[in-house]
Design a protein around this ligand. Structure first.
Ligand code: ZN
Ligand code: FE
Length: 265
């Protein structure tokens, strides 16, 4: 839960499936809510009903069922505006969004970035007007990790991550999955001498021990500890080179090597 001084008063994680969070952005005065990537309608309906909220908007980041599966029921029940990407033909989207577009939610403007890699249709939602700025990045940038490359190439994903990591460093980063401890476990192998990373492992583990989400993260913390954003750093280059058995100089090749390593970790 975050408190943000704007019409978006609250950002609440609704747990779904085994490790998804459906983020609810709440305007507590107007009693309105927007949810991001509702893979399952039931936990969303329970949250809205128990808090007396009307669902007015939905943000979709990409076509995977764990991000879209609740759309049909929520549209029938609430008739919200549904924002999302165009290329994959997701059923129920009312407003298609592309790179450079904006979407207005509760008086705040969100900028849209196309961030292909995990899927080809993946988009991210960024609002710089809140304090701190907020980013909803689905399965692209995870806390201490990044999404698997189901549809895109390493070069695409590397570019997409560069776009997100160049945002205001104070930005709160809301991704969809609680993968943080597994990601950190890999990060430690890929970037073993990073002391900020070692501190982070302890901090995130203590949140999990208390049953708390590790999210949101921040752009700065990801720059400091996420190996997939550190492919230009000596420690990660060395680990990737050792993994491949030859010296790597190209940043995209470092990225491709550690992404493949993580897939088999
Ligand atoms: Zn996905
Ligand atoms: Fe997912």
């Amino acid at each position: 839960m975050s408190n943000i001084s704007s019409n978006i008063n609250r950002i609440h994680p609704i747990p779904a499936f085994s490790d998804n969070y459906i983020w609810a952005l709440v305007d507590a005065v107007q009693r309105k809510a927007c949810v991001v990537d509702p893979g399952d309608a039931n936990p969303v309906i329970n949250y809205l009903e128990s808090n007396g909220l009307e669902l007015t908007d939905i943000f979709i980041t990409h076509h995977h069922p764990d991000h879209t599966g609740g759309l049909g029921s929520l549209i029938t029940r609430y008739s919200p505006t549904v924002y999302g990407p165009e290329p994959s033909g997701i059923q129920g989207i009312s407003d298609y969004l592309h790179e450079g577009d904006t979407a207005t939610l509760f008086g705040h403007e969100f900028s849209i970035f196309e961030v292909p890699g995990h899927t080809l249709d993946h988009i991210a939602y960024y609002c710089e007007e809140t304090n701190p700025p907020i980013l909803f990045c689905g399965d692209t940038l995870f806390a201490a990790g990044c999404g698997r490359l189901f549809e895109g190439t390493p070069a695409m994903m590397h570019k997409s991550l560069a776009k997100l990591s160049s945002l205001n460093s104070a930005t709160s980063v809301y991704c969809t999955h609680e993968y943080t401890m597994a990601n950190l476990n890999f990060a430690k192998a890929a970037d073993p001498n990073n002391s900020i990373l070692l501190n982070r492992i302890e901090e995130e583990q203590s949140k999990r021990d208390q049953g708390m989400p590790t999210l949101p993260s921040t752009v700065q913390l990801e720059l400091d500890t996420n190996p997939f954003l550190r492919c230009d750093q000596a420690g990660v280059i060395t680990s990737a080179s050792n993994r491949l058995g030859q010296n790597i100089e190209d940043e995209v090749e470092v990225f491709a090597t550690i992404r493949n390593w993580k897939d088999n970790f």
